[in-house]
Structures are given as C-alpha cells and as structure tokens.
Design a protein. Structure first.
Length: 189
C-alpha cells in the first residue's frame, strides 16, 4: 500500500480543534505520513482553545517544521506529496497565498502546491467574510484550490461539538480520497 504524504498547515485563525482532530485521524492511518507546520498564532490559539500542548500535537505528525524554515523539504516542488491542507486558514494566510507572497513556510508550501498543480485545501475560519476575503478565496478556487469551510451539516442530528468536528474532518479526508466513517452520510430522504 503506497504511503500518502500530506502536509498540514495550521495558521492563526480560531478553530485549531479542527486541525487537532484531523491530525488524530491521519495519525491513526498507517499509510499516511504527516508533515506539520504551525504558525506562532496557531500555537497560541491551541493553548487558548484547547487543553492540548504543542508537544502532544507534534506527536501526531511524522515530521514537523518551523514556520520560518524556508529551506524545509515541503518548501520545494521536488518534495513529492499528495497535497496540503491548511486548517484553519486565517484570512492573512489566504491573502498571502492568493497574492503569491510566501513569507513563511505555510504560504510557501501552499505556493508550491499551486505551482506543481497538487491538491491544496483551505479551511477558512472567519466570519463575516469581507469582499476582500471572498475575492481572495475565489481567486484561489479558480486556480483549483479546494475551499472547505467548517460549516456543519445537521442531517446527521449532531449531539456534541465533536459530532460537528467529525463532519468537517470527514470532508477533508474525503477530499484526499481517504476512506472513513467519521460521520453519517446523506443517503437520500
């Protein structure tokens, strides 16, 4: 079974729990190799929004990178991988990617995904969205970036916050063609 290499970027928007859940699910899959990079605000939000430590999160990845390490493997198009997800994606990160401004490793790795025509998924976490945000997201969508905002579905009758998070993680795993049964799927009425 071929190993899937997935880059996970965690930027400074609220919603780091979505990244934590995704990392847990990916960690549990034997043929997935996770390459993790977190911004300084992502680390801060992790401490504000959860009981997880940075060390606990790093244990869920096979490789971790410093946000300022522009020489990291994931900064190069010659690093073969199956795609990248940025969860959550701050509007600052979205703007940087949309304008090609790779000032940190998350933005650079995303730029590489676009130029190499590899899968790039953004999980934007902001509300309300301004016209600038929408234009940046639209520009990226036109380039083939998949936008998967954390919008809950209620047909599965979620009862907990974890149920809502599971649905989001399911959608991301589906986008990477990773089989999962994290949430109820719509089977018609």
């Amino acid at each position: 079974m071929a190993v899937k290499k997935i880059i996970v970027g965690v930027s400074g928007a609220s919603g780091t729990i979505y990244a934590v859940d995704l990392l847990k699910q990916l960690h549990a899959i034997s043929n997935v190799e996770v390459h993790l990079v977190m911004s300084s605000w992502a680390k801060k939000n992790l401490s504000l929004e959860s009981d997880y430590s940075i060390d606990q999160i790093k244990e869920l990845a096979n490789y971790t990178y410093n946000i300022h390490d522009q020489g990291a493997a994931i900064a190069s198009g010659s690093f073969l991988n199956d795609g990248m997800v940025i969860v959550p994606a701050s509007m600052k990160t979205v703007a940087g990617i949309a304008s090609g401004f790779g000032d940190n490793l998350i933005a650079r790795a995303a730029d590489v995904a676009i130029k190499e025509q590899r899968k790039l998924i953004l999980v934007p976490r902001e509300t309300p969205l301004s016209v600038i945000h929408l234009e940046n997201l639209t520009r990226l969508a036109r380039l083939g970036v998949q936008i998967i905002p954390p919008i809950p579905a209620f047909y599965g009758h979620p009862k907990t916050i974890q149920d809502l998070i599971n649905h989001q993680t399911m959608k991301i795993l589906d986008a990477f063609s990773i089989n999962n049964n994290l949430d109820n799927r719509w089977e018609g009425d």
